[in-house]
Structures are given as structure tokens and as C-alpha cells.
Design a protein around this ligand. Structure first.
Ligand SMILES: Cc1ncc(COP(=O)(O)O)c(C=O)c1O
Length: 490
């Protein structure tokens, strides 16, 4: 490989006079190429733009080589806890490309009945899977789904002229987006403590429940991979004060085919299609965070909605009772095609295996490593679990060092320093899509790192040694971040 193209920044490859394009000039109008117009004088630039000057092959090779420096589920095992980085089947991509590429969001509904049917079917499938009455697919991410769900909750309370509900309760194990969404929706956030086993402290919750509470947001299984066994008691207590129960569906994967949030008493929920339904996470999007509601809350779902007329025709509807609008159109359409393809490929029967297999894989890794890594909450876990760093703390090797050492072994690092319940959190989620062989390779790498932490800790602390970007100086990076090309020059 040409390491010049591989290692350098595109600006470093720039050479005066080089260019990667050639537009025909004015004179060639005589050659029968038509009337080639130049820009009017007043629109011309006064100086050359500061752009890299490279020929087209150099440009293409540079970016193609750079793209191979990236790590993704297609290049290796990605056990990023709470993110459910499962393999994305390629057939879903093909279907999305073929099905959605010629559509325009402004087309009249009667010309896109097939496309609306995909939307409609996915709404129905998610309602069945979640145990909800109705879904909207409009939100573009889990966090936006949370905000939408809270807007639905606010509209519900307002419709009852119950304006005194200003607080949202959030367990201390919650993902950061939960309190952030509650604050964005204009609520005061109140933290609920966890028990030593990571589940919600029901007594603490009850002491905070009153008529000022709009909702309790919960993730189940929670972010330490524990199933909230007290959910019936919690649901009863929340409803008894007139509040609603919100389900953060980021961790729906282990429940697939086993249990449904609607049956547990949740009123509103979101699903991250890019986690549970195998659509890509790529670069923060395009994702989708559909929101489901129990019967009686449908009218508060955001505009627009896809509804079915009595004759079976599908149409796009707007209504005054909606909580507002959260998306320019109906959402990330290609993501819906991929999610529906995944659901139909597995079928009801296949979906029932997802949760149990994800749970089995997580427990397998946990049991294979808990003699070397500290397990603050003993299992069995659900889809993910948390180690609190190495058992032997005397080596000085931290969770950050372990995460970086794993990169040299060809694995993406697990989620680190989250949840905040432990000092050295290392949260591992293998998902159901990994083979026994991959899990065993990961286990051996983790055991090897633990062994080297004891025998040669300095070497572990300086890893990774073989990745395109090596071990950066964290302090230097924090104090003097170089964020642009011109910063790098100095
Ligand atoms: C528990 C939990 N809730 C919410 C979110 C937010 O989802 P998104 O990244 O789709 O906005 C995440 C993302 O990782 C999560 O793990």
C-alpha cells in the first residue's frame, strides 16, 4: 500500500497547479458542445479558495485508503455496551436502495401506496412487538424519540388541564439522554437512586412520587444489564399518582420475543431501530427512534401520521391534538425498509430467539472473565454487563488502558466509564449476531490483557501500537486540542 496516501492528510498531498476536474472552456462552444456560459463578473471569486489541489486518482485513493482506517461491525467485533452494535444484514441494504431511491416526500399519497404500506406495516409490527396501540416512525434517533415521547406525555396532561406536573423522575443508572430529553421538554429532572444490585430503589422512588410528577423514565433491562423485577409495583405506584411510565427502548433487544413493555405497564416508549432492528448506526445516523403509545394516547402522536381509510387506502394525516412536529417529513424512510426487512426475514419465530441468544452470549463472556475482572453486580445478566476494571487493582492498568489494548487485538472497545455507578466501568454487550468463535477470541484477548497487566503493565499502558492512530497524549490533547488542518501545521 502507498503509505503516503494512507498516512497523510489531503492538504499535505496538495501540489500547486494540480486539479481533479476539467470543465470545458468557453472557446469550445465552437466545437458543437453547446453554449457554455461563464459566471457573471460580479459573482466571480476575488481569490482562490483554500482547497487542497490534487488530481482525481490521488483524491479517490486518499479517501478510499482513509476509509479502511475506520472500524465498524463489518470489520470486527463491536461489543459497545448499551449500543447494541449487531451485524446489519446486507439484504436489507439492497432492498432499501431498490425500494426507496426514486421516492419524493411531496408525492401525492395515491402515487406512493406501496411506500406507505411499508411504513404502515412497520408501525403495526412495532406495536405488536412493543405491546402498544400505535406507533409513529417520525423521530430520527433514540434521543429524539425520548423528546417526542415526553411531548406526548405533556400533551396528555395538558389535555386534562393537569398543568402542575413539572417533574420527570429518572433513575441514576439512566443513559444521559434521558435527563437531557426531559430538560429539553421543559421539565425538572429528579434522580431516583439504585439499589446495590443496580435496580431502582422502590422506596426512594415512592418518596419522590406525587402530583407534580409527569412521568418516570425507565430502561428495562437497565444500563447495567439487570431486569427490573419490581416493574409491576413500580407501574402501579407511578399510575397511582396520575403520572405516566416511559420506556427507553434502547435495551429492547434482550426482551424481543420474551416480554413486551406494554404488558409491563409502560404507557409510552421509543425503539432505536438502529439497535434492535439491525439498521446501521453509521456516524450518528441516519437512525430512527419510533415512538409507541398505549391506547388512549394515539391522538397526541406527532404530525404527520400514516393512517388507513376504511377502504384500505393509506393517507397522511395531520391533527390538532398532536404534540407537534418532530420531523420535516415522515422520518428516515430507508431505515424503515431495512427494519421491516429484518423483521420479515426473522419472522415471529426467529424474533423469539434474538433476546435469549443475546442474553446467552453476554452471560458466556461474563462467566469466562469474572475471575480476572471485577464484577460488581453478580449475574446472571441480560444482554450486557459491567465490569469494574481488573480485579487486581495493584497493576495500575485502568479501564481506559484495557479499552485501548483491545484495539490492537482487532476488537472495538466496550463502552467505558459508563454507567457512572462504578469507577472503572467497562460495559460489554456482544449481541446475538456473534459466533462462539468470535466470543472465544474476545475472551482470550481480554484474558491476555489481564495477564500482561500483571507481568508488563507499562506495555499495556502504551497500547495501541498497531492502529493507524497510536496512543495519544490525553493531557496534551485536552489542553491543546488541534481541531483543524491549520492547528496541525503548527
Ligand atoms: C439506554 C439508552 N437510551 C438512549 C440512547 C439514545 O439513543 P440514540 O443514540 O439513538 O439517540 C442510548 C444510546 O446509546 C442508550 O443506550
Amino acid at each position: 500500500m502507498n503509505t503516503q496516501l494512507y498516512d497523510k492528510l489531503i492538504f499535505e498531498l496538495s501540489r500547486p497547479g494540480c486539479r481533479g476536474y476539467a470543465l470545458p472552456d468557453e472557446n469550445r462552444a465552437d466545437e458543437g458542445l453547446g453554449d457554455i456560459k461563464t459566471l457573471p463578473e460580479q459573482l466571480l471569486r476575488e481569490s482562490e479558495p483554500e482547497l487542497p489541489r490534487v488530481d482525481e486518482p490521488t483524491l479517490v485513493r486518499h479517501y478510499t485508503n482513509s476509509s479502511t482506517n475506520n472500524f465498524g461491525v463489518d470489520t470486527g467485533f463491536y461489543p459497545l455496551g448499551s449500543c447494541t452494535m449487531k451485524y446489519n444484514p446486507k439484504i436489507n441494504e439492497e432492498l432499501a436502495a431498490g425500494f426507496a431511491s426514486e421516492l419524493h416526500p411531496l408525492q401525492p399519497a395515491d402515487t406512493v401506496q406501496g411506500a406507505l404500506e411499508v411504513y404502515w406495516r412497520l408501525q403495526k409490527a412495532l406495536s405488536t412487538i412493543g405491546g402498544m396501540a400505535e406507533f409513529t416512525l417520525n423521530p430520527h434517533a433514540g434521543a429524539q424519540g425520548e423528546l417526542t415521547g415526553l411531548m406526548v406525555i405533556k400533551s396528555y396532561h395538558n389535555s386534562r388541564e393537569d398543568y402542575g406536573r413539572t417533574r420527570i423522575l429518572v433513575p441514576d443508572s439512566a443513559h444521559g439522554t434521558n435527563p437531557a430529553s426531559a430538560a429539553c421538554a421543559g421539565y425538572e429532572v429528579v434522580e431516583v437512586h439504585s439499589m446495590p444490585d443496580g435496580t431502582v430503589d422502590v422506596e426512594d422512588l415512592k418518596s419522590k412520587l406525587d402530583s407534580s410528577v409527569a412521568a418516570l423514565m425507565m430502561t428495562n433491562p437497565n444500563t447495567v444489564g439487570m431486569f427490573e423485577r419490581n416493574i409491576p409495583v413500580i407501574a402501579e405506584a407511578v399510575h397511582a399518582v396520575g403520572a405516566l411510565l416511559y420506556y427507553d427502548g434502547a435495551n429492547l433487544n434482550p426482551l424481543l420475543g420474551v416480554a413486551r413493555p406494554g404488558d409491563m405497564g409502560f404507557d409510552v416508549m421509543h425503539i432505536n431501530l438502529h439497535k434492535t432492528f439491525a439498521t446501521p448506526h453509521g456516524g450518528g445516523g441516519p437512525g430512527a427512534g419510533p415512538v409507541g403509545v398505549r391506547a388512549g394516547l394515539e391522538q397526541f402522536l406527532p404530525n404527520p401520521r400514516v393512517l388507513q381509510a376504511p377502504d384500505g387506502t393509506l393517507y397522511v394525516n395531520e391533527q390538532d391534538s398532536a404534540c407537534g412536529r418532530v420531523s420535516a417529513w415522515l422520518g428516515n424512510y430507508t431505515v424503515f425498509v431495512k427494519a421491516l426487512a429484518y423483521i420479515y426475514t426473522l419472522g415471529a419465530c426467529g424474533l423469539r430467539y434474538v433476546g435469549p441468544l443475546a442474553t446467552l452470549n453476554a452471560n458466556y463472556i461474563m462467566h469466562s472473565l469474572c475471575d480476572l475482572y471485577e464484577l460488581p453486580i453478580p449475574g446472571p445478566c441480560k444482554h450486557e454487563f459491567v465490569f469494574d476494571g481488573l480485579k487486581d487493582k495493584s497493576t495500575g492498568v485502568t479501564t481506559l488502558n484495557i479499552a485501548k489494548a483491545l484495539l490492537d487485538c482487532g476488537f472495538h472497545a466496550p463502552t467505558i466509564y459508563f454507567p457512572l455507578l462504578f469507577h472503572e466501568s467497562l460495559m460489554i454487550e456482544p449481541t446475538e449476531t456473534e459466533s462462539r468463535r468470535t466470543l472465544d477470541d474476545f475472551i482470550s484477548a481480554m484474558r491476555d490483557i489481564a495477564g500482561r497487566a500483571a507481568s508488563e503493565p507499562d506495555s499495556v499502558r502504551t497500547e495501541p501500537h498497531h492502529t493507524p492512530v497510536r496512543h495519544p497524549d490525553d493531557t496534551e490533547a485536552a489542553l491543546h486540542p488541534r481541531l483543524t488542518w491549520s492547528d496541525l501545521k503548527c
